[in-house]
Design a protein around this ligand. Structure first.
Ligand code: XIL
Length: 317
């Protein structure tokens, strides 16, 4: 059996993948992506980010996002919508605007309300706030934090909940996959939102891992359970496991184990509900351009052939 089929049998809600608009003109890729036994969920890699959706004030551009959501609808795939409030891939008018608390609050609310209204009924989950934390667990000095303080997170979630009460609302971040100051910071975001009566349904752990330094299964389970103990669900939302190139048999074997352990950790935690890889073919991975000298991070190679890593995922499901 294949990944989404196995995930369902293991009690997850989906196994999924990110994709991006450029990939839609690659017929072989689209065929592989559209295989519902393999991928029951998709995430747009870029086309629902603020710079794509609202490039100038109150001018919205949904075409690229819609191309991905239409494919998901055609394939009967769940959609993780990504992302409403993030410090990166912001248009210049937001990043470099002259803001007051009141004007940025209004712009943030308008962005969330308009975007979520457009996609209402199409998204299974929204990543409402992405990457609000520094590695020491303190808040990142984004334009939102600098202008609005910590309250921008609550305002974002409250606006999202008011716009679409039926979609799951997630906080999403990286390097929160093992216990430590940053995971504690994310736990504190959940606690403080819940304490103030704000709806938050889940925490997305991105899981951009490195071969050989992926946290062990036991550590991942303990960490996932620290979140679910607060009454939220969790998911691995952007899984990839990169290696220093060139790949070797030893690196491939370690990567296979790392994939197995990560997926198995999610399966073993009640309320870890799904796993998404950050694209599935090395042909379209963000890794080589972002972390030069590394790559081969995904379960399918550039020719869409299943790698050893794929069978690590199979073993973990
Ligand atoms: C990445 C995309 O994959 C790239 O194509 C883009 O150039 C930069 O963003 N964390 C996230 C994702 O939440 O949105 C990022 O996606 C990867 C890191």
């Amino acid at each position: 059996a294949q990944l989404h089929t196995l995930a369902l049998a293991a009690g997850l809600e989906y196994f999924g993948t990110a994709t991006d608009n450029i990939e839609l003109s690659d017929a072989a890729l689209v065929t592989a992506l559209s295989n519902l036994t393999e991928f029951g969920q998709i995430t747009p890699g870029n086309s629902q980010k603020w710079d794509s959706i609202e490039p100038s004030p109150n001018t919205f551009s949904f075409e690229k996002g819609d191309a991905i959501t239409a494919l998901g609808a055609k394939n009967s795939q769940l959609l993780r919508c990504h992302t409403l409030v993030w410090f990166q891939q912001l248009p210049v008018w937001v990043q470099n605007g002259t803001w007051t608390n009141a004007t940025l609050t209004a712009a943030l609310k308008n962005h969330i309300t308009t975007t979520m209204t457009h996609y209402k009924g199409q998204c299974y989950a929204w990543d409402v706030v992405n990457e609000a934390l520094e590695s020491d667990g303190s808040f990142r000095e984004s334009v939102f934090f600098k202008t609005m303080g910590e309250s921008y997170i609550k305002i974002a979630f409250d606006t999202a909940a008011a716009t679409d009460p039926d979609v799951k609302l997630y906080y999403n971040d990286f390097s929160i996959e093992n216990p430590g100051p940053k995971a504690t910071g994310a736990l504190n975001i959940v606690k403080s939102l819940k304490a103030s009566g704000t709806k938050i349904d889940g925490v997305g752990l991105q899981a951009h891992f490195i071969v050989g330094s992926t946290p062990s299964k036991a550590v991942q389970i303990k960490n996932l359970e620290s979140f679910t103990a607060l009454g939220v669900e969790v998911a691995y939302t952007e899984l990839d496991i990169r290696m220093t190139l060139p790949s070797t048999a030893a690196l491939d074997a370690q990567q296979t184990t790392d994939y197995e352990n990560t997926v198995a950790a999610c399966v073993q935690v009640t309320n870890c509900i799904g796993v998404t890889v950050w694209d599935f073919s090395d042909k379209y991975s963000w890794v080589p351009s972002t972390f030069p000298g590394t790559g081969s991070a995904l379960p399918f190679d550039e020719n869409l052939v299943r790698k050893s890593a794929y069978f690590g995922i199979v073993a973990g499901l």
